[in-house]
Design a protein around this ligand. Structure first.
Ligand SMILES: [Zn+2]
Length: 80
């Protein structure tokens, strides 16, 4: 019983962490620890579509990092 509870708790923590739309990380372009958000959150912040955000990433206009699980985080400094 106790083991089951622990497993569920760990699972929920992982889900919450994975769905978190923002994080703080080192941006090598800014040479600073900055607030990073997902492309979807970046789109909402900039009032554009996620597609526009991806296009700006490809054009090199936005700083970003990629986590080991493939999630992109955009540097909010480069959004403004
Ligand atoms: Zn940056």
């Amino acid at each position: 019983m106790k083991r089951t509870e622990t497993t569920i708790e760990t699972y929920q923590v992982q889900i919450v962490r994975r769905r978190k739309p923002e994080t703080e990380a080192w941006c090598s372009a800014c040479a600073a620890a900055v607030r990073m958000v997902t492309p979807e959150a970046a789109a909402a912040l900039s009032a554009v579509t996620p597609r526009t955000i991806y296009r700006r990433i490809e054009a090199g206009q936005l700083h970003f990092i990629e986590t080991p699980d493939g999630t992109l985080f955009i540097c909010t400094n480069s959004l403004i």
